[in-house]
Design a protein around this ligand. Structure first.
Ligand code: WTA
Length: 680
């Protein structure tokens, strides 16, 4: 299956180097990156890793493909059910149900199930705050807190099916709040703490959330971000919110406004909350959470996930992809406001009874070795982060890593963006010490759990490839007409689609079933369109090529071009805006916005106006959407039917030669833009 390393000079030289360094741990000679890349080496799991791996039987792929229901049904049996399901899957495209006649509770599966065993006193959650404060919760302690907080929510009127918005920094209360909602069968909607008041308001109103959980502040690079203040701005326009629970993070002096009757301090409410809350028996297909993400229109969509299918998907992938054992310490660095934090900081590891680490702050605070300091001090064994972060570490230099003993790491992973082979090899060599398998995992908010990924005890890795679909998952690469692309032909490139349902798949878009059909199922009948480009090689490995729709991936965050555009045109000076992605050394992609101004708003100081527009977008959406470049234009290039040709704008913004301009209504528009920005 896997190609052997070429027997060229580079391969021979590296074999010699290996001979010369038999005690790899003590005297490892780091080969050059270019040497490693030129070798086109595949990285096979070591015999030792393979032996101990949670999944080391290559037949699982075939078995799962042959009997999908049996495969997922076996995972379902690992859970604790109030009513075990008899059914596995119902598929009426594009609507799937999994284990539909079962009843269970997610918090019982993440906590009560373990509290009954020797895991009772095992660390469930290890947390470190940015200022250096630490807290560890055993399974017992986390279980108690979740029960108490579920009682708090109940007393504030939260019932099964109600929506609860969570706008918190990365503190343990975020996980406790999520699990407490799950205990009651309430649906949580976590909003990333970096989003603006306006974004929070939109999400609360779309979900018609009844209660908000927030904090006075959260630490980022030594400062406290005033979350409650942002929440208050949002709440002025959120009529459905009845109560607000506020975690005190900032200390006594940190100013915070508490509105009597509506706002309550978390710690006060917890003081007299009982330690047992009867878990709700939730139907498999009832919703566990809503998570908003960007699509191709100006309005973010609330992706909804079910209870049983989601939990089974995250359980299976956590076990097999991250290979977690009883004594592992798993650190997924993603914020809980993103799906990665939901699935692999909270639900996956806890469903498995593993220990999960959570860190509040920035990777470069107070110094650029903070992550490695955390890994060393806590003894992290499995580490999962994004290519953007890895590119930053690479730029900051290996010396920050070299200061720390990372020998406990045994597996490292990445998610969120395509990882370039150079960065993969650097990660494997420098962070992984040349010994850790690297799992490059492809998935989406919509898919709930990892779908294309190596299994570290089985898969021969190729730097830059997410390798193969997880057992029981089927993906394909098709052309514009939906025909399967032959891997041997024309580079094997096309559009990534999913061809069969899997347990964790989204159950729809909150309040908008039409949009669900339209966005994912209308392009190719019967196939789920991912929005990603991909190619497959001769070994059947998938190589992800980035988004092919109007969604950008900036530093691993999904940003809809239409969202940024609609905020730009909301500014009084702007007539029209077109947003495109341009390559960025660290962030993968950065935002460039072409803007035409309204008559009479010709800027006297263009630089000032540029800054004002950037700030305007930050205020409206959040800092992740700040445009890197604003380019003023007299006019935007359009087709005869009035569609803006973003492809040409991208050529201008990146200084490339213009592509095909024949469909333009007025070619002089793009020519003059090109001339204007040629020197920049
Ligand atoms: C991209 C994050 C290449 C992809 C879990 C996808 C990736 C989008 C990878 C989803 C990967 C995620 N290689 N690209 N390993 N993982 N992506 O919803 O474009 O925030 O469609 O979910 O990130 O982003 P989302």
């Amino acid at each position: 299956m896997a190609r052997k390393g070429r027997k060229g000079t580079a391969a021979r030289a590296s074999a010699k180097r290996r001979e010369a360094a038999p005690h790899a741990a003590e005297a490892r000679i780091v080969p050059t990156l270019s040497g490693l890349l030129a070798e086109k080496r595949v990285y096979k799991p070591s015999a030792a890793f393979r032996r101990q791996a949670n999944c080391n039987d290559a037949k699982v792929y075939e078995r799962a493909a042959r009997n999908l229901e049996k495969f997922w049904g076996e995972w379902a049996r690992k859970l604790e059910w109030f009513k075990p399901p008899k059914k596995v899957r119902e598929w009426k495209a594009p609507f799937a149900k999994w284990f539909a006649d079962g009843k269970l509770n997610v918090s019982v599966n993440c906590l009560d199930r373990h509290v009954k065993t020797a895991r009772r006193n095992k660390a469930a959650l290890v947390w470190e705050g940015e200022p250096g404060d630490r807290r560890t919760y055993t399974y017992w302690e986390l279980w108690r807190e979740v029960n108490q907080f579920a009682n708090v929510l109940k007393r504030l009127g939260v019932r099964k099916g109600d929506r609860v918005a969570i706008y918190l920094p990365m503190i343990p209360e975020a996980a406790i709040a999520m699990l407490a909602c799950a205990r009651l069968g309430a649906i949580h909607s976590v909003v990333f703490g970096g989003f603006s008041a306006e974004s929070l308001k939109d999400r609360i109103n779309d979900a018609r959330a009844k209660l908000l959980i927030t904090a006075d502040g959260g630490y980022r690079r030594g400062n406290l971000l005033p979350l409650k203040q942002y929440a208050d701005e949002a709440l002025a326009h959120c009529p459905t919110i009845e109560n607000v629970v506020v975690v005190k993070r900032g200390g006594a002096e940190f100013p915070v406004h508490i509105r009597e009757g509506r706002d309550h301090w978390w710690h006060r409410l917890m003081q007299d909350a009982g330690g047992w809350c009867e878990p709700a028996a939730v139907n498999s297909e009832d919703l566990l959470f809503i998570l908003y993400t960007s699509g191709t229109t100006g309005k973010p969509k609330g992706i909804v996930h079910s209870t049983a299918g989601y939990l089974i998907g995250v359980l299976a992938t956590t076990a097999w992809v991250f290979d977690l054992k009883e004594d592992d310490l798993f650190w997924c660095t993603a914020d809980i406001g993103w799906v990665t934090g939901h699935s692999y900081t909270v639900y996956g590891p806890l469903a498995l009874g593993a220990t999960t680490l959570m860190y509040e702050g920035a990777p470069d605070w107070p110094a650029r070795d903070r992550f490695w300091d955390i890994c060393e001090r806590h003894g992290v064994t499995v580490f999962y982060t994004a290519p953007t972060a890895i590119r930053a570490f690479m730029k900051w230099g290996a010396e920050h890593i070299g200061k720390h003993d990372l020998s406990r790491l045994r597996l490292i992973g990445t998610v969120g963006e395509p990882i370039n082979p150079e960065v993969w090899v650097w990660y494997q060599q420098t962070v992984g010490g040349g010994r850790c398998p690297v799992v490059d995992t492809w998935w989406q908010t919509e898919t709930g759990h990892i779908l294309i990924t190596p299994l570290p005890g089985l898969t021969a890795l190729k730097p830059g490839s997410a390798t193969r679909p997880f057992p029981g998952v089927s993906a394909d690469v098709v052309d514009a007409e939906g025909r399967r692309v032959d891997p041997e032909a024309s580079g094997g490139g096309g559009y990534l689609v999913l061809t069969r349902p899997y347990p964790g798949m989204l159950r729809g878009i909150w309040g908008d079933p039409e949009r669900y059909k339209q966005e994912y199922w209308s392009r190719y009948p019967g196939l789920y369109f991912t929005g990603d480009g991909a190619k497959r090689d001769e070994d059947g490995y998938f190589w992800l090529l980035g988004r092919v729709d109007d969604v950008l991936n900036v530093a691993g965050h999904r940003i809809g071009t239409a969202e940024v555009e609609s905020e730009l045109v909301d500014h009084k000076a702007v007539a029209e805006a077109a947003v495109v992605g341009i390559p960025h050394e660290l962030k993968g992609e950065a935002i460039a916005a072409f803007v035409t101004l309204k008559d009479g708003h010709g800027a006297s100081d263009p630089v000032e106006l540029m800054d004002e527009l950037k700030e305007h977008v930050v205020r409206k959406i959040g800092a992740i959407s700040r445009p890197d470049r604003i380019l003023f234009a007299a006019d935007l290039p359009k087709t005869r039917s009035g569609k803006i040709m973003r492809r040409l704008l991208r050529d201008v913004a990146t200084g490339r030669a213009l592509g095909d301009t024949t469909t333009l209504a007025d070619p002089s528009v793009i020519e003059s833009l090109k001339a204007r920005y040629a020197e920049e």
